[in-house]
Ligand binder design. Structure first.
Ligand code: 5RP
Length: 218
C-alpha cells in the first residue's frame, strides 16, 4: 500500500463518524480523499463548514451545502489531517497554511476525527517544522521571540494565508510539553495561531498503515 492508498483508507474509515448533521472539513491531500469519499454519504449530511478556500471549492464541486460557522454551531464532527500526531492525539498542523481556520472549526466541534497515514505518527512532536501564522507587520518580532525559545523560524515566502497573514515554519523544536508550548507561542504578540493542537487535541485518530486502519480514541 503506498502513501496515497493509505490516505484514502484513513479517509474512508472516517465516514463511520459522519452519521448526521453538519460536518466540519479540514484541509490537505488526506482531506481531499475524505471529501471525495463524502459523496457516498452526502444524503445523511445536512451540510459542511469548510476550513479553507481550497476545501470549499472541492465541496462545492460535490454539491454539499456550505454553511458559515456562525450559523452552524455546534458542529457534530470535524474531520482533518495532520502533519504529525502522537499517541496522546496531540498534533502539528498547518503544513497547508490553514491552521487558524482549522483550529477554529476544531474548537467548535463536538468530535474531532484526525486522519493520517502511518508516516505522521511520532513519539515527540517537532520534527515537522512548526507552522505559526503571524500578522505580517509582526513577522520579525515573532521570529525573534521564537529564536529565544530555541527555534529556527523560516518565513514561508510567496505564501499568504486565507486570512491575509504570513507563516513562519519553526525548525528544531522538540515539543515535549505540547499544551504549554502552545500557550507560550500563542502569547507572543503578533501571533494569530500556532499549529500545535494539544489543548484541543483530536478525539479519534485514524492511522492507516499496510495492515489496515488503526483507531486510537481519547
Ligand atoms: C493544512 C493541514 C493539513 O491537515 C496537514 O498539512 C496535512 O496535510 P496532508 O493531508 O496533505 O498531508 O494542517 O493546514
Amino acid at each position: 500500500m503506498d502513501q496515497a492508498e493509505k490516505k484514502a483508507a484513513a479517509a474512508q474509515a472516517a465516514l463511520e463518524f459522519v452519521t448526521h448533521g453538519i460536518v466540519g472539513v479540514g484541509t490537505g491531500s488526506t482531506v481531499n480523499c475524505f471529501i471525495d469519499a463524502l459523496a457516498q454519504v452526502k444524503d445523511r449530511v445536512e451540510g459542511a463548514v469548510s476550513s479553507s478556500d481550497a476545501s470549499t471549492e472541492r465541496l462545492n464541486a460535490l454539491g454539499v451545502p456550505l454553511l458559515d460557522l456562525n450559523d452552524a454551531q455546534p458542529l457534530d464532527v470535524y474531520v482533518d489531517g495532520a502533519d504529525e500526531a502522537n499517541e496522546h492525539l496531540q498534533l502539528i498542523k498547518g503544513g497547508g497554511g490553514a491552521l487558524t481556520r482549522e483550529k477554529i472549526v476544531a474548537a467548535a466541534s463536538a468530535r474531532f476525527v484526525c486522519i493520517v497515514d502511518d508516516s505522521k505518527l511520532v513519539d515527540v512532536l517537532g520534527e515537522f517544522p512548526l507552522p505559526v501564522e503571524v500578522i505580517p507587520m509582526a513577522r520579525a518580532l515573532v521570529a525573534n521571540r521564537l529564536v529565544g525559545m530555541g527555534g529556527q523560524p523560516v518565513w514561508r515566502k510567496d505564501f499568504v494565508t486565507d486570512n491575509g497573514n504570513h507563516i513562519l515554519d519553526v525548525h528544531n523544536l522538540r515539543i515535549v510539553d505540547p499544551p504549554t508550548m502552545e500557550s507560550q507561542i500563542n502569547d507572543i504578540t503578533g501571533v494569530v495561531s500556532v499549529g500545535i493542537f494539544a489543548q484541543r487535541p483530536a478525539d479519534v485518530l485514524l492511522i492507516a498503515g499496510t495492515d489496515g486502519v488503526r483507531k486510537i480514541l481519547r
